[in-house]
Design a protein around this ligand. Structure first.
Ligand code: SAM
Length: 267
């Protein structure tokens, strides 16, 4: 899936920063989003979570009933048009509480692949409201990739919930990768509203407290965020390195360039 803040293009920089012996550790990702890190690693054991219930249900469907999801996507692919996009968007908003999980997953992936910039944005009442994207030939149904994802996900426990659940669920020796909604670089930038509620500075501080608690517990921790004084300050006790990322640097998305991101590790 396309996901705002997706780590796909950063993996070559992040992979060498993983802890030694990571292959033997359980992989824990509390802000899984598009899951670039998880799918690049395909670990033997994992716990994946996110607060977005539709995203989590989609992963569960890919894990447990991938062939049904593929069939759904084949139908979407055959009928795709701009008009159809808006019909599916309406149908998705009307039926996502009641439709069978694989049907919802098919709609979710279809909308993700054909909407504007792969955004996932919802209005105040939770309705998905992103306009259609302008793609000549969107890859709506990549069966081989879905099956490979299904195989990877079968090794994972996938749950819907906030990062604070790790206080209960993380174990000594786990490798935890945190990729939270980023602290904005400037006050006009707003990449922080992924779900219904944004991610405030109080949330960033609570996340740091969870990070510090898991550090004491003996987990190996790696966290990405934007390189701003507030974040450096929160994590000043830990090891902070820089990676260079290409991303939108203002709210209109037209200020594209390379910006520094921090990687905070406790090893
Ligand atoms: C930067 S994105 C993760 C991107 C991901 N690493 C990737 O490669 O696509 C942040 C994710 O955090 C989720 N999120 C937001 N608030 C959260 C919270 N309080 N607890 C857990 N997940 C949260 C969002 O739904 C979103 O998927």
């Amino acid at each position: 899936m396309k996901w705002v803040g997706g780590k796909g293009r950063l993996m070559t920089q992040l992979a060498p920063m993983l802890p030694p012996g990571v292959e033997k550790m359980r992989h824990v990702e509390p802000f899984v989003g598009g899951g670039a890190m998880f799918f690049a690693r395909t670990p033997k054991r994992a716990r994946l979570s996110d607060v977005n219930p539709d995203l989590v249900a989609t992963y569960q469907a890919i894990k447990e009933e991938v062939e049904v999801v593929i069939d759904e996507l084949r139908v979407h692919k055959a009928s795709h048009s701009k008009e159809r996009y808006y019909e599916v968007r309406t149908l998705y908003n009307e039926t996502r509480a009641t439709a069978p999980r694989a049907v919802r997953a098919g709609m979710f992936i279809y909308l993700n692949k054909t909407c504007f910039n792969g955004l996932h944005r919802v209005n105040k009442s939770g309705g998905f409201n992103v306009p259609a994207g302008r793609y000549k030939n969107p890859k709506i149904c990549d069966a081989a990739r879905l099956r490979a994802s299904s195989r990877a996900l079968r090794k994972a426990k996938i749950v819907c919930g906030g990062f604070e659940d790790l206080l209960r669920d993380a174990k000594p020796g786990d490798f935890v990768y945190f990729d939270p909604p980023y602290e904005p670089v400037s006050r006009t930038a707003s990449f922080t509203s992924y779900a219904k509620d944004g991610f405030s500075q109080d949330d960033q501080t609570m996340l740091r407290d969870v990070y510090a608690a898991l550090d004491k517990r003996g987990c190996r921790l790696m966290l990405s965020n934007s390189d701003v004084p507030f974040i450096r300050d929160l994590y000043h006790r830990f090891n902070i390195d820089i990676v260079r990322a290409a991303r939108a640097i203002n709210s209109k998305g037209n200020g594209r360039g390379k910006v520094n991101e921090v990687v905070v590790r406790n090893y």
